[in-house]
Design a protein around this ligand. Structure first.
Ligand code: FES
Ligand code: ZN
Length: 301
């Protein structure tokens, strides 16, 4: 197995590109992919202030590291969601990385700062902890980015995540979600900050290689609530397809972005956006779900 670039000894084989790379050339390939994605989709440039969403897992740690080493103006943001040991451990990993590398980090603790408890809310509202957690995260990332004057919120979504989400949305023709699935989600309201996914063409495995080569500490555990999630099943199905036909995931995503997504644009534009009467953040209802969560728990206390 020879490296396609320098002809030295290849250590990682990427089936979908039918190419092997040595360590240095893999890093070159990885960096190039990220740079290309940022440029192709006009995500941001060096003058922009970027808020990077950090969970402590390999994908977000890889994203934070590469953007910082490429000289982008990045600030990490971590939310402690009160998921026991998982949250404590991930916060430690993220804080120690920021400290060692002199990176800026914003930490929010939903229990301490807002009195939020995803388990109580899940019981009271009969909704899954993941969907409550998702609403809280989306709200806080946007609010912090908007209040702090950031130009974009960057997340570590990788090719596997994107393909699994797309498969799930296609299986039930979730038109609204299909309209919004993109590496760049431009702002549609002055208070909504643009969302970007610079790693959307890189796989989980490639992000893992990146963090291992760069000796970046990361949390190996997944969120305990992810166990049994549909997305994991979709990933398994896609991995099986990828094995038989390398490149399936990438084709699925790129052809959707090139040919499929535009058919859902009008669905996206129809959503009416308002400002929450309590906090002023963007919502589709009178009062946003975050403010509702805070109220519900206050009433229950
Ligand atoms: Fe939100 Fe797992 S990270 S429930
Ligand atoms: Zn609100």
């Amino acid at each position: 197995m020879k490296c396609v670039r320098c002809k030295g000894k290849g250590i990682i084989y990427l089936k979908r590109h039918n190419a092997a790379f040595c360590q240095d050339c893999f890093l070159y390939y990885y960096k190039n992919q990220v740079k290309k994605n940022i440029k192709r989709h006009k995500m941001f440039d060096k003058k922009d202030k970027i808020l990077v969403v950090i969970s402590g897992g390999k994908d977000s740690m890889a994203l934070w590291h590469i953007l910082a080493s490429e000289g982008y103006n990045v600030t990490g943001m971590y939310i402690n969601l009160g998921i026991g040991h998982y949250s404590d451990k991930s916060q430690q990993v993220v804080e120690s990385f920021a400290q060692k590398n002199g990176l800026e980090l914003i930490v929010k603790d939903i229990k301490k700062e807002y009195g939020l408890d995803i388990y109580k809310l899940s019981k009271l509202l009969k909704r899954s902890t993941c969907s409550i957690c998702g609403s809280i995260k989306r709200y806080l990332f946007n609010k912090v980015a908007y209040d702090g004057g950031f130009s974009a919120v960057a997340t570590g979504h990788n090719l596997d995540d994107e393909a699994a989400t797309l498969l799930g949305n296609v299986l039930s023709w979730e038109e609204g979600y299909l309209a919004r699935q993109s590496p760049v989600l431009e702002s549609t309201h002055p208070k909504l900050v643009k969302k970007v996914k610079p790693l959307y063409t890189l796989t989980e495995r490639e992000n893992l290689f990146y963090v291992l080569i760069n000796k970046i500490e990361f949390l190996h555990d997944e969120c305990p609530h992810a166990i049994g999630a549909r997305s994991i099943l979709y990933k398994e199905v896609l991995n099986r397809l990828e094995e038989e036909s390398p490149g399936t995931k990438q084709r699925f995503i790129t052809s959707f972005l090139e040919k499929g997504r535009r058919h859902f644009q009008d669905v996206y534009e129809k959503v009416e956006l308002k400002e929450c009467i309590s906090c002023g953040q963007v919502t589709t209802t009178e009062i946003c779900s975050f403010c509702r969560f805070v109220q519900i728990l206050k009433q229950d206390a």
